[in-house]
Design a protein. Sequence first.
Length: 253
Amino acid sequence: MIDVKGRWAFITGAARGIGYGAAKFMAERGCNLVLQGRTAEHCDKVLAEVKALGVQAYAVGAEFSDLVQVEKMLDDIDALGVDIDIVLNNAGIQVAYRTEYLKTPASDYEQSFKINTIAPMMITYHFLEKMEKKGFGRIVNTTSGIRLEPEQAGYSASKAALDKVTMDLASKVNGTDVCINITDPGWCRTDLGGAHAPNAPESSLPGVVVGAFIDDKRSGRNFSAGNFYGLILEEAVIKAESEIPVYTGSIGL
């Protein structure tokens, strides 16, 4: 299992919900953090809390529907002079639930793909190049288990696209110490999931972060949080490495 103490992780969507929980989890294990919110100020609470745990931390802001802001955010992170070892791409949006799904507007797709697919892949490409040069890195992109719901077409399609490009990219680094995987936190009571979701945000841990701790040089797996609920981190890593198959492209995710 990887020891993250003293390493640096970049976590998107860290101001609240699952990203907030992931930030606290990583800080508790000594990992330094760069935290993203729609503005840096949105991360003030979590920034103070993780610093109180004794780690170094910075906050950056970017609205992911504006790709110019995403580019500037990446430049701002580079300017910090820290070496990002781990990326947890958690930020996302569910734009609408369309009961009249045959009237789904094109804007649902446009906004969803910018925030849920393009922005996280811009981040992935940016840090992957640096990780490959130094020979180490962990990238975990957050997906969704939503299927057969045309009412959420923009969201589900954008997450399916993220799955595809992430897993295809993972095939290029599989077998190296740069590991790229996806995670599905499940339907949780967050701003995205809504108040009636069956699961507490805490149930996503350690599943949403286990990809940061694996040490078997395998990429292209889906670490669905439900498979790890109730396990301590060490147990979760063993399960992730021994039981979760690598995606080969021959079956659906």
